[in-house]
Design a protein around this ligand. Structure first.
Ligand code: SF4
Length: 340
């Protein structure tokens, strides 16, 4: 079997194997791929079927991921491979994420483009590689190898993820310097119904990232009548603030997509309500996404409220933070990873 790449993070179980990469921990055997559709058991071992596939690629402002407190104004070279462990009804990238419907050719070989991608990222003037668009957990091996290659050439690695992976996977992501994790809801029922996944492993991931001192930003897409009640937003933001009031929370506006064409876009008033609830519960930095023109993308000093980073959309217009992220007006530290 030389057309696939050996998977990491699995163990033998009976005549098949158990995948230890994400929280589903699928049982794999000769007849069944994993739930993500990109890992399979054959010839006594587990294989990754999407290694080397680059399904989406772009150079983006790091703000687009979104990261607002990690090297603002820099470019990140974004890479996504086919596959996802979730089946979100409103997926914005379902052409990439849902392999059964869209990627029948995953059993063919694909050249490993790691070296060429790192070279392209440097030529584009990127400071980092971002694993995004689909779910990096299910192209872990490729992302890890790109991370290694990139770090040798001075590129940091960022993960934009649903956070539904095992703690063993997180332990192996020690070279990833920043995560943006979707906290899609604060309800197990929502996760089961809308994403196919679950909440608890995501909460564990968030807690461990903070404990590890890796930089964390969190995104919540508010879908009308599904996860936007005051009670749920109160519970979510209280919990997030209990982890750290410094975690930037990106509240994102939903637009009808994929299997949720029957839903309407999130009202701006709902986004503003979420912002107020997050702030009232102590979160220092709440941003509203997919809602440009409202002026909720600027970073303010949490002590004196001076605007320290002014943005238009994803672009930084004005950067006023001093060395190590100090407010130029009052000298307070603004939490983040800043370039000196
Ligand atoms: S990555 Fe997750 S969904 Fe895919 S095979 Fe492994 S445990 Fe299953």
């Amino acid at each position: 079997m030389d057309r696939w790449t050996p998977a990491r993070l699995w163990e033998k179980e009976g005549l098949g194997a158990k995948c230890l990469l994400c929280a589903f921990q699928c049982r794999l055997n000769g007849n069944h791929k994993g739930r993500c559709g990109v890992r399979a058991f054959s010839e006594g071992r587990v294989w990754t079927l999407n290694y080397g596939y680059t399904g989406a690629i772009a150079t983006d402002p790091v703000e687009k991921k979104p990261f607002y407190h990690f090297w603002p104004g820099t470019k990140t070279f974004s890479i996504g491979a086919p596959g996802c462990n979730f089946t979100c009804l409103g997926c914005q990238n379902h052409g990439l994420s849902q392999v059964e419907a869209n990627w029948p050719g995953l059993s063919r070989s694909s050249p490993n483009l790691a070296e060429a991608l790192v070279k392209a990222a440097l030529e584009e003037g990127a400071s980092s590689l971002a694993f995004t668009y689909s779910e990096p957990t299910v192209f872990y091996e490729y992302a890890q190898d790109l991370t290694e290659r990139g770090s040798e050439r001075g590129l940091s690695s960022l993960w934009v993820t649903n956070g539904y992976f095992t703690q063993e996977t997180l332990r192996r992501l020690d070279k990833v310097v920043a995560f943006n994790v979707d906290l899609k809801s604060f309800s197990e029922a929502f996760y089961r119904k809308v994403t196919g996944g679950g909440l608890k492993p995501v909460l564990e991931t968030l807690a461990r990232i903070v404990e590890n001192n890796q930089w964390l930003e969190v995104t919540t897409l508010l879908i009308p009548d599904l996860n936007d009640s005051e009670a749920e937003l109160m519970a979510l933001t209280k919990w997030l603030a209990s982890l750290s009031v410094d975690i930037p929370w990106h509240v994102s506006r939903f637009s009808p997509r994929y299997k949720q064409m029957d839903k309407s876009s999130t009202p701006i008033s709902t986004l503003e309500k979420a912002k107020d609830i997050g702030r009232a519960n102590g979160l220092k930095h709440v941003y509203l996404g997919n809602a440009s023109g409202l002026g909720y993308g600027d970073t303010l000093c949490p002590n004196c409220a001076k605007t320290v980073i002014r943005r238009s959309g994803f672009l930084v217009d004005e950067y006023l933070l001093g060395p190590n992220g100090r407010c130029p007006a009052c000298g307070s530290l603004v939490a983040g990873r800043w370039r000196s």
